[in-house]
Design a protein around this ligand. Sequence first.
Ligand SMILES: Nc1ncnc2c1ncn2[C@@H]1O[C@H](COP(=O)(O)OP(=O)(O)OP(=O)(O)O)[C@@H](O)[C@H]1O
Ligand SMILES: [Mg+2]
Length: 232
Amino acid sequence: MNLAVEGIHTYYGESYILKGLSLEVPAGKVVALLGRNGAGKSTTLKSIMGLVQPRRGTISFRTQRIDGLPPFRINALGVAYVPEERRIFSHLSVRENLSIAERKGSPWNSAQMLEMFPPLAPLRDRRGRHLSGGEQQMLAIARALVTGPRLLLLDEPSQGLAPVIVDAVVDSITEMKTQGLSILLVEQDLEIPFKLADYAYIIDQGVLVFAGSCQELREREDLQSRYLGVGA
Ligand SMILES: Nc1ncnc2c1ncn2[C@@H]1O[C@H](COP(=O)(O)OP(=O)(O)OP(=O)(O)O)[C@@H](O)[C@H]1O
Ligand SMILES: [Mg+2]
């Protein structure tokens, strides 16, 4: 197992958010983490990344416990995180954003990223602050990849993007999967998960309400309407 989250309880101060959540990401698989607004999806990724520490439960990555470690250590072990708010350097160019993130031993370098995300190629000298939301999203994912992660945590990569950019993001995730990367993909809707996820979890108010194959979720329209607002 690449990532195993077991019974985590996460709080923000007095607010009790994740109530005994467990999930797994097998090596080389794409796992979707679904749920409506405020369900606790981002908090789950932040808990894995060490940005908020669960009060109880364990998180293991490959052979090692990572709960309690600071984020930079978790990152150094091979976990990369692309947050909802896409933290790229606004004063640096596309090329500079990539080159400062690049690490030796990564299967991906900056030049390959401009091939994986074709819309970025002609913008290589443009500063981060002059990119559109979709271009920033592609750059944020590319920056995570050039660090050579074993597990990628993606928080709503398609949010607010034009359809053509969503397609580019879907193609890139497909390519990462082909290369054997494990991905935990947070989404609010089912379009992208149905294209490429192997397994899906649904959380609601910090509790797991579905765990199964993406195929099974496809057939469970009751769950889709109850927890994801599909067809509502
Ligand atoms: N820093 C914080 N301090 C206090 N409460 C927070 C904090 N961040 C999130 N919350 C609360 O925790 C709950 C879960 O938030 P979270 O961001 O994990 O949800 P989400 O599933 O990612 O939602 P969305 O789809 O809107 O991104 C929400 O009720 C939210 O208001
Ligand atoms: Mg969120």
